[in-house]
Ligand binder design. Structure first.
Ligand SMILES: Nc1ncnc2c1ncn2[C@@H]1O[C@H](COP(=O)(O)OP(=O)(O)OP(=O)(O)O)[C@@H](O)[C@H]1O
Ligand SMILES: [Mg+2]
Length: 240
């Protein structure tokens, strides 16, 4: 019986799930050159649909530069960036802005909130770009980050952690498939950090693709894979 089983044809090894899934973010020879500084140096990375990847590395290793390109805010000096299979590296600013609004939710360490708009209006502004302003939906997203009772506050009337959570609500209001976050808990206390971590885990559970830049090893370890950058290059990867 054992013999028979041995002679049966075996299916080809499908490899890790990541290799089978559709690639959402793929860079080939990606470089970003600022004068004499090579902030990214021929970087090849591949992130599959639904994957949660953290990006770590020393200060100045190119993490924010990479995220700015992945979010279509910047274009690389050299190399190719394919988003959902489409080469976006040569696209105009307008085209990239459209793709960003369609597909990407961005959370920055610096909040970039409009100072004269309330929390609710800041979230609705993101909807506005999407041409469907819906106060109820915006309020719901503020509620999801525990800020239902701060909807009418101006950014100057919010704490750092509250501002960060407004940014997260704003990033999520259009239900983006891809979430890119640059040190989203860098300004938060432990309790608010927990709120953000749980939110990221929930989003991952819902099937979103997440790339998270962090200096916090515990947060980095939440991801299924960590990419370590060094001098703009891929230093190593840890797969969990
Ligand atoms: N606009 C720019 N002009 C010139 N140099 C830049 C510019 N942006 C970034 N750099 C340089 O590129 C390198 C990578 O910067 P980047 O902000 O990507 O680092 P980082 O890994 O995000 O660091 P940190 O952990 O401190 O946020 C740094 O040496 C930085 O000084
Ligand atoms: Mg940075």
């Amino acid at each position: 019986m054992f013999e028979a089983a041995e002679t049966e044809p075996r299916p080809a090894d499908p490899g890790p799930a990541r290799d089978r899934a559709k690639s959402v973010i793929r860079t080939e020879g990606l470089s970003m050159i600022f004068g004499a500084v090579r902030a990214l140096d021929r970087l090849d990375i591949d992130i599959a649909e639904g994957e949660f990847v953290s990006i770590m590395g020393p200060s100045g290793s190119g993490k924010t530069t990479l995220l700015n390109i992945l979010s279509c805010l910047d274009t690389p000096s050299e190399g190719v960036y394919r988003l959902d299979g489409v080469d976006v590296s040569g696209m105009s600013e307008q085209q990239r802005a459209m793709i960003r609004r369609e597909k990407i939710g961005l959370v920055f360490q610096q909040f970039h909130l409009i100072p004269y708009l309330t929390a609710l209006e800041n979230v609705m502004l993101a909807q506005h770009y999407h041409s469907v302003a819906d106060a109820g939906e915006a309020r719901e997203h503020l509620g999801n980050v525990g800020l239902a009772d701060r909807a009418d506050h101006l950014p100057s009337q919010l704490s750092g952690g509250e501002k960060q959570r407004v940014c997260i609500a704003r990033a999520l209001v259009n239900e983006p498939a891809i979430i890119l976050a640059d040190e989203p808990t860098g300004n938060l206390d432990e309790e608010n950090e927990k709120v953000v971590v749980e939110l990221l885990q929930r989003l991952h559970g819902e099937g979103r693709t997440i790339a998270l830049v962090t200096h916090n090893p515990e947060m980095g370890a939440l991801a299924g894979r960590t990419i370590y950058l060094r001098h703009g290059r891929l230093d190593r990867q840890v797969i969990r």
